[in-house]
Design a protein around this ligand. Structure first.
Ligand SMILES: C[C@H](O)[C@H](O)[C@H]1CNC2=NC(N)=NC(=O)C2=N1
Length: 96
């Protein structure tokens, strides 16, 4: 059962996600890639992970900088689904 996380749990989870920060009812991180094509490659790989998880980030692409914002829209806030996908996004960025 997906539930909204407490502020304490969010803070704990962000300890393990040092690139991410809380922005209101979402968590967010940016990454600067080596090129625009590489930024798009990251977005495509994240899209595959998101589809597999049936959980989708908001994505902002500005040249080489990609910003991912995660919130569980159906719950209006941050759930474990956001924490899990954030970890997967970090893996994609590290591996690209
Ligand atoms: C019908 C489908 O399962 C839902 O709309 C999914 C799709 N992806 C989603 N992504 C996010 N971030 N939040 C959701 O509530 C959500 N719901």
């Amino acid at each position: 059962m997906t539930e909204l996380l407490s502020d304490q749990r969010i803070d704990e989870a962000l300890q393990g996600l040092p690139e991410w920060r809380r922005v209101g009812d979402a968590i967010e991180r940016s990454a600067e890639l080596a090129s625009f094509p590489q930024a798009i490659e990251v977005v495509n790989r994240v899209a595959e992970r998101a589809e597999a998880a049936n959980h989708h980030p908001d994505i902002d692409i500005r040249w080489r900088t990609v910003t991912f914002r995660l919130s569980t829209h159906s719950h209006g806030g941050i759930t474990e689904k956001d924490i899990a996908l954030a970890g997967e996004i970090d893996d994609v960025i590290t591996d690209v």
